[in-house]
Design a binder for this molecule. Structure first.
Ligand code: ADP
Length: 398
């Protein structure tokens, strides 16, 4: 059985064609910089890397290019779409409409459309991905795999907002979290690496990418996470503000003459690293600008690292101790300076980085970057949301 996994993010689209007999990807790749200049597809198959530079104005263009590449005479891995048994789609937000992996049909897509505003940068991208695939492969079974499932174990006192309880019940407004497949995967990998059972470990997982979230995982179960009702909450991100005093939003809307919808669009698309730096939402651009003494790029990075540090500290208190911190996703896996910024000056809490190990480039394997003297292990673990999604899709079809 071969399962095509589509992971449509806000500025990137990752895909893997996974052979479930081996759980290996026979082809995988990434579309980068979707919606910003300099689009590129990197496709890996047959031990080779194929790079295509092409502007990718939206996710439909990106998926079309991926399907073309998968069936390409040279770079492709299947003769036709018939060799792909099913498609698993990553979906960021489920609300309470979906609590688990769900088969794609018209009814499910109607529900998806109703909840798309929960993650305005991601759910619409996932819908575009599903619709494009249904068009090209109408007979193929497809699954929706939700990031929110892993966070279902949060206790009420962590997942509820302090609003009228009846309103929570009626409108289901609460913290749902995101990136659940990633947090689940890296927490599991950390346990394997440390040769412990997940039940024995207290782990903080930091999924830091264009969108970022941090989770507290106690005994293999998520007990708190930084994202909220939507992925707008938590630490500042590429273009999202992260946590902000709600009264400040009302004040800004009033002063800038924005409607509430415009205010939300502003917070989702024009704030975060992009808004503070005025340079870019992309951490590579920010790091380069900061090196050239751009003060606002430095400020954006400082703010990001400071907020992540606050989550790590508060989750140590929530967990009542800590065995391991995991960094994953685009920024977490590739940016040593950000990891240093987050975990510096935490020796009093048993966290000490080995800067030589921390500086090693990401080679796609697990790196232990804590010093020998560190009580808390610090690991860089490449995430594999696609494998979790493929497993979930295969299980649903079975
Ligand atoms: P998302 O899936 O949320 O779009 P990613 O996890 O792909 O985001 O992360 C995107 C971010 O990671 C960008 O800010 C980018 O600068 C950073 N990033 C990705 N790859 C690298 C790399 N090789 N080196 C440095 N930063 C990287």
């Amino acid at each position: 059985m071969k399962i095509l996994v589509i992971n449509a993010g806000s500025s990137s689209l990752k895909y893997q064609l996974i052979d479930m007999a081996t759980e290996e990807a026979v082809a995988k790749g990434t579309c980068e910089r979707i919606g910003i200049a300099g689009g590129k597809l990197t496709h890996k198959a047959h031990g080779k890397t194929y790079e295509i530079e092409k502007e990718l104005p939206d996710h439909t263009e990106a998926i079309s290019l991926v399907l073309k590449e998968l069936t390409d005479q040279e770079a492709g891995v299947v003769a036709s779409m018939d060799e792909i048994d099913a498609v698993g789609h990553r979906v960021v937000a489920s609300g309470e409409a979906f609590t688990k992996t769900t088969l794609v049909d018209d009814g499910a897509m109607k529900l998806m459309d109703e909840i798309k505003d929960l993650a305005p940068l991601h759910n619409p991208a996932a819908i575009l991905g599903v619709n494009a695939c249904r068009k090209v492969m109408p007979d193929k079974k497809m699954a929706l795999v939700f990031d929110t499932s892993f966070h279902q174990t949060m206790p009420d006192y962590a997942k509820l907002y302090a609003i009228d309880y009846d309103d929570y019940k009626k409108y289901q407004v609460r913290r749902y979290g995101a990136h659940g497949t990633s947090h689940k995967f890296v927490a599991g990998e950390a346990a394997k690496y440390l040769k412990k059972k997940p039940e024995e470990l207290k782990i903080i997982t930091c999924h830091l990418g264009n969108g970022s979230s941090i989770s507290a995982v106690d005994g293999g179960k998520c007990v708190d996470t930084s994202m909220g009702f939507t992925p707008l909450a938590g630490v500042p991100m590429g273009t999202r503000s992260g946590d902000i005093d709600f009264a400040a939003v009302e004040y800004l809307c009033h002063k800038k003459g924005m409607t509430f919808d415009e205010g939300l669009n502003y917070l989702n698309k024009k704030c975060g690293m992009l808004g503070v730096s005025g340079v870019s939402s992309d951490f590579r651009d920010l790091s380069a600008a900061a090196k050239q003494k751009n003060d606002r790029a430095r400020l954006a990075l400082d703010m990001f690292e400071y907020d992540c540090k606050k989550y790590v500290g508060s989750y140590m208190a929530v967990l009542g101790g800590l065995d391991c911190v995991v960094f994953t996703a685009g920024v977490g896996e590739n940016t040593p300076a950000v990891r240093t910024g987050i975990l510096s000056n935490m020796e009093a809490f048993g966290i000490v980085l080995d800067e030589t190990k921390n500086a090693l480039p990401n080679d796609g394997t697990i790196h232990e970057i804590s010093a020998k003297s560190s009580k808390v292990k610090v690991l860089v673990i490449p995430t594999n949301e696609e494998l979790v999604i493929a497993r979930e899709t295969a299980a649903l079809l079975a």
